[in-house]
Write a protein that binds this ligand. Structure first.
Ligand SMILES: [Zn+2]
Length: 123
């Protein structure tokens, strides 16, 4: 006999977006835990996440700080050095960094700006 599965479908909240995520759980408990976990977290597909860049996006300045983990947010995490983006290892185009290699309080500054071509180059 096939095992029962529980499916949870999340629809992107972006206007007019049809993107969905479908999760499969093998126990009713896992399914209900997921319902609770996602209750106050609307799903945004990559295009509708706040981080998504568009041609008209304004410049952004992002700072990632080396810090100790917040024991309240991460009660089961080992003490040590972590980046403020929630990981011990961070990366992006052209760089990667282990938090343990940096002192607490070190900051990585990342600037993002869009430069569009000044002439029509699509022909
Ligand atoms: Zn979307």
């Amino acid at each position: 006999m096939a095992k029962r599965e529980y499916h949870l479908t999340r629809h992107c909240v972006g206007e007019g977006c049809h993107d969905v995520q479908i999760y499969t759980y093998h126990t009713q408990k896992d399914y209900h835990d997921a319902l609770r976990r996602y209750a106050n977290q609307p799903y945004h597909c990559p295009r509708h996440e706040p981080e998504n860049l568009q041609p008209n996006s304004p410049p952004r300045h992002i700072i990632i700080t080396c810090e100790h983990p917040d024991a309240k947010l991460f009660p089961n995490i080992q003490d040590g050095h972590y980046w403020s983006d929630g990981s011990g290892f961070t990366f992006g185009p052209g760089f990667n960094a282990e938090a343990e290699d940096f002192p607490i309080g070190a900051k990585i500054h990342i600037d993002i700006s869009i430069e569009l071509p000044s002439v029509d180059t699509e022909h």
